[in-house]
Design a protein around this ligand. Structure first.
Ligand SMILES: Nc1ncnc2c1ncn2[C@@H]1O[C@H](COP(=O)(O)OP(=O)(O)OP(=O)(O)O)[C@@H](O)[C@H]1O
Length: 688
């Protein structure tokens, strides 16, 4: 607790004065990934209106530092101010339009054209289309880009990097943060980029921090910072750094610094720097008075900061639709996959057909009751094969037949005796019975055969005995069902759960992939730095997904109700709302998965791993009543169980919201939604 409180106080403590002369100030900044300490009491100062070259070996923490500066990563200790305030301070435009950020990854939408890319970022920064157009023309010319209608995915690696740089320069930001902008760029263009940076800082209004692996090109920077193991070894004008180390190149000076830092111990490193270069702990040049006042925020500004910007949401939605337009195959699949899945369910679940059954009929009499009885068997389901006793039993043992039905030699006469005489012997009862052997390895088929034989017997008795049929009927009578149909086994049981799980998993898959891929490609970070908030991204994704979900639901219901004629006794409005809610639950669960996993392979494995247990535990393909306790309790809290039950109640019982089994389904799905959104937000915050 104490440690936390100290850390909070540390973070909130005002920075010393003098910071107005600096675009960026970092003091005692620490940041770790788990146990790996990446930034280690780092001090750094980027003067206003100058180029700062941040140099250091791979893995020393440059990108991590830049991410902390733009506010996409939180620091664990220390202070950072960017253009006078901490990053992500309410009402501050960092992240936002004051900063242009080019991340190390390309962070571009492959399906966009160059024009789409710049228009997208222009929209986020609130540029008018005229302003965007003017900047676009300049940048295309300056960065030597191909036609603006060229698709990003068709550009070369170097061209893509230049488009990425163009996106960072677009809104003429006050602060440019460029993470290795010259990698993969030819020397002529590299020198042109540096020339441009030198030109734009001349106004004194733009500051630049740039990382590069080409140490010598950083001589054009006004100040360089040499970083190693999460600390700055030295900071100062390039000439001063070289002079101090009697080096003719920056690279040489850097190598010397590394050697010195390896050999020397800390107290020595902190000795006072000559020549205006600042070694080891270069956060000096500051006065004292606190700037507490400047850090106070009006509640109106805070409230405005909390509200979503519709401009950003619109920009993101347009982005999604432009991408979908460029990927018609993917859009078609998104619409048609649910239809294909439900078609498979409705076609494949139902009465088994063509079940081969061996008939051993020992009756020679004609006309015989056995033949008449067999004629009532449903021939579309049961395929009768007449065989001898031996062939029939060999066949069933070899898996050729699902059952053997036998009739004794005197079946007809014995059956009549059974019906007519009051007292008959066991032999007559036995001889007047149909004997059936079943292969019950497939219980669905065995149940179906039993049912078909009972139906055949009932139809035979009704046909032959008419009004007297009741005399031989079982003393158990099944009346007309209250709900559902007695006659046919159909896909009715499975369809509601299948439809809901299709909506649920489609939404999980699309959401997870969208966010995981965008984060992996650096697009999320780039959008955040442009000023986009995470809930704006979630809202934009939700709105665009709702469009896709709506089309999917319309197509699903057309298939279910009109093509496969699954009965519906209830309100179509309730069915649609429940399906939409289930889709939204899928979106929020997708957010949870994408906040936990970092690559698409793990994401897909997570979704695939959850799919099958959920089908069974959710009571979608097999009744929940079969699940033993205490697993039943797990089943009941799953997102699909009560919603599936609710949908069945609406469709087959015609129930409305006044029934507990219906409103419980709605309540559970809303509860899951809220829980998933909160969980995803907490995980994302913890992972920052
Ligand atoms: N998300 C992360 N989780 C765990 N470790 C990370 C993460 N990001 C970076 N690291 C580790 O932090 C260290 C610093 O990484 P960083 O990307 O900041 O280095 P860098 O100086 O920018 O390297 P390069 O010049 O190669 O881009 C590396 O050891 C890296 O493996």
């Amino acid at each position: 607790m104490l440690k936390e409180a100290k850390m909070k106080a540390d973070l909130e403590a005002p920075l010393p004065a003098g910071q107005e002369d600096f675009a960026i100030r970092c003091r005692d900044v620490c940041r770790s990934y788990g146990k790996l300490k990446v930034l280690n009491n780092l001090n750094l100062a980027v003067p206003q209106g100058q180029i700062y070259g941040l140099l250091g070996p791979s893995g020393c923490g440059k990108t991590t530092l830049l991410k902390c500066i733009v506010g996409t990563l939180k620091i664990s200790r220390g202070h950072i101010t960017v253009l006078g305030k901490p990053p992500a301070f309410p009402g501050h435009d960092i992240p936002g339009k004051k900063v242009g950020y080019m991340p190390q990854e390309l962070a571009l939408y492959n399906e966009f054209t160059i024009s789409d890319t710049l228009t997208f970022f222009g929209r986020i920064h609130g540029l008018t289309s005229k302003e965007t157009q003017a900047r676009m023309n300049f940048l295309i010319d300056f960065l030597d880009l191909p036609q603006k209608t060229s698709l990003v995915r068709n550009l070369s690696g170097g061209q893509r990097r230049r488009v990425s740089l163009g996106a960072a320069l677009l809104q003429n930001p006050e602060l440019l943060i460029l993470d290795e902008p010259t990698v993969g760029v030819d020397p002529v263009l590299r020198s042109k980029i540096w020339h441009h940076l030198v030109e734009i800082v001349k106004t004194g209004k733009v500051s630049v921090i740039i990382t590069t692996h080409y140490i010598e090109e950083a001589r054009q920077a006004n100040v360089v910072g040499l970083m190693r193991h999460g600390r700055l070894l030295a900071e100062g004008p390039p000439d001063a750094v070289m002079k101090q180390h009697c080096a003719t190149t920056l690279e040489h000076a850097f190598l010397q610094l590394c050697e010195t830092s390896d050999n020397e111990n800390d107290p020595k490193q902190e000795s006072s720097p000559p020549d205006g270069t600042l070694e080891s702990q270069p956060f000096p040049r500051v006065g004292s008075p606190p700037a507490e006042e400047s850090l106070k925020v009006d509640w109106k500004v805070r409230a405005r900061h909390m509200l979503p910007k519709w401009r950003n949401i619109a920009a993101l939605m347009i982005k999604t639709f432009v991408r979908l337009k460029r990927m018609p195959g993917s859009l078609f699949l998104q619409f048609m996959l649910p239809v294909m899945q439900i078609t498979v369910v409705c076609l494949c679940v139902g009465e088994p057909k063509g079940i081969r059954v061996a008939i051993v009929n020992n009756e020679t009499l004609f006309p015989s009751v056995s033949k008449s009885l067999l004629s009532f068997l449903d021939n579309s389901s049961v395929q009768q094969v007449s065989l001898s006793h031996q062939e029939a039993f060999e066949g069933i043992y070899n898996g050729k037949y699902w059952g053997v039905i036998t009739f004794g030699k005197n079946f007809t006469s014995y059956l009549i005796k059974r019906m007519v005489e009051q007292q008959v012997s066991r032999e007559i009862i036995d001889g007047g019975s149909v004997h059936i052997w079943l292969d019950e390895t497939n219980q669905q088929i065995a149940f179906m055969l039993q049912k078909k034989l009972q139906e055949a017997f009932k139809a035979f008795v009704d046909h032959n005995l008419g009004d007297r049929a009741y005399q031989v009927a079982l003393p158990v009578k099944f009346e007309k069902p209250i709900y559902g149909s007695q006659n046919k086994v159909s896909a009715a049981f499975v369809t509601p759960g299948a439809a809901l799980s299709i909506m649920f998993y489609q939404a999980i898959g699309l959401t997870t992939l969208a966010f995981v891929l965008e984060r992996k490609e650096g697009l999320l970070d780039r959008c955040f730095v442009s000023g986009m908030r995470s809930f704006e991204m979630i809202l934009a994704h939700l709105f665009s997904q709702l469009f896709i979900i709506s089309v999917q639901i319309i197509l699903l219901l057309l298939m279910i109700l009109l093509v496969f004629k699954i009965p519906n006794e209830g309100s179509l409005v309730l069915i649609i709302i429940l399906m939409v809610l289930q889709g939204v639950t899928g979106i929020s669960f997708g957010l949870v998965i994408s906040s936990v996993v970092d690559d698409e392979q793990n994401a897909l494995q997570a979704v695939a791993g959850l799919f099958q247990p959920n089908l069974l535990l959710g009571g979608i393909i097999w009744p929940v009543e079969c699940i033993p306790y205490p697993l039943r309790y797990v089943s009941l809290v799953l997102p699909l169980t009560y919603t599936t039950e609710a949908l069945r109640c609406i469709m087959y019982r015609g129930w409305g919201l006044s029934r507990m089994m219906v409103w419980r389904g709605f309540a559970v799905t809303l509860g899951w939604n809220t829980f998933f959104v909160i969980l995803a937000t907490v995980i994302l915050k913890l992972r920052m």
